[in-house]
Design a protein around this ligand. Sequence first.
Ligand code: ASP
Length: 554
Amino acid sequence: MVVGPESGEANLAAAKKVRPEWVLQVTGRISPRPEGTVNAKLPTGGIELACEQLVVFSEAETPVFQPGAVELPGEEVRLAHRWLDLRRQAMQDNLMLRHRMVKLMRDHFDEAGFIEVETPMLGRSTPEGARDFLVPSRLDHGSFFALPQSPQLYKQLLMMAGFDRYVQVAKCFRDEDLRADRQPEFTQLDVEMSFVEADDVMGVIDSLVQKTAREVLGLEIPLPLPRLSWDEAMERFGHDAPDQRFGLEITDCTDIAADSEFRVFRGAVEAGGRVRGIRVAEAASRFSRKDLDTLTQMAVDAGAKGLVWLKVEEGSSLAGPVAKNLTGGIDARLIERLGGTAGDLLLLVADSFEVSCKALHTLRKHLGATLELYDPKTLHCSWVVDFPMFAHDAETGGWAAMHHPFTAPRPQDIPLLESDPAACRAVAYDLVINGSEAGGGTIRIHDSGVQQKVFELIGLSPEVAREQFGFLLDALASGAPPHGGIALGIDRWVMLFARLDNIRDVIAFPKTQRASDLLTGAPGEVDAKQLEELGIRVVTPPAAVAPGGTAPSP
Ligand code: ASP
């Protein structure tokens, strides 16, 4: 190992603590300390190491890449040689920031009277909406532990046990398809409180957001953080974690479309859908036909049948492939509704509400970034509240819990559990930072009858509910305080506060998007004896082998 001018500051600082017997070679000049500054107590107290010197501690091969190089190799190479990558100053800074932020969180909760309690890694599956990572039991063949998707039920049981303020820096595991900012194992700041309402939980987090922004970025965030309901977020931005650093808000034009002769508009309205759009100011001349085809393709990829684009011209008229269909004053009404002036570009989607949300959200995000409609240094934090309790489960055709099945309905909505579950709203709140979900939580059901009703609605028979969650129902039946909590995604917080867009840059040893660890080669095969002890035989149907991959041995 060599420490020299290429090394990070931390390495240089460490080199100054060097003991002579560790040093194989020092190149360059060693300066004797000036008289009067010699420290006789230290082995190196008589010499001074300077930045321009190389101190050789051990023989080493030329590394695959130089951490200080201007041109770094691709991420795969860096992940496979993570120890070199972590020597880079940027990575040292990221992990230092992570340490500071986690400490700040722990201190914040400690000062507010929370205690940290560890919960098990080997447990029973908790439904948080993702697939579990399973661990086979050696002593009980055919039985499996699930790694926690979150410590959800344990933290609720802690409330029932009388710990009123719980916090944990908790590792969680979710086996889901990975997007750029997700990891199969991640760290949450997990929180639970008794005798609280949603405002109390959000209040504790509000002040944490303010403190973190102040200490890390020197930004002053006014409190309370703004809140908008889920309905409003979907109407105005098409997404439940809206990026509010810029406008491009969605406007509904369904009533105008219903009056038009244009087949695409009429068809969508008659099918119970909506016609909604956004106005991109002064963008008409900036978008070529090819750019508009790209936007159309993005809308199609998001599920829409197409995209109606219109350029606003002088005299309240519209240009574009379908402009001629917007007769009878429809064009002027659309321009007025969307607030268009000459030179603006209007983008409209005629589809179901869900599809129009998806397509317009995709376009907003893309346009906000490419047209540089926001300052990347700003931090926009807000809450989205009052989520629906249930969402349609495409697989079963029934209801699924939108957050998790322990979420309390709004008290006024409890009768809707019987009459109209779709209209039932939850006491749920998500923290959104710069268009990313940075945390989410709910007030919990603390009444065993309501809990059983919710289990029933999501298709769990009383027998299955008892089999899976008997311990929770028994604990609720023995008296539970009103309680609620939240979990913050620590990896994502650090990424956002470090103003990065790759979550792997704030995790020391992350997995790739295909959930593998390029450094150690995990996941890997295990030997036949281990499988035998676990009573497991691997069956790999040929189709399951990835192209170019090899089938694991049986
Ligand atoms: N368990 C939830 C999650 O991990 C958070 C919560 O409800 O507190 O998303």
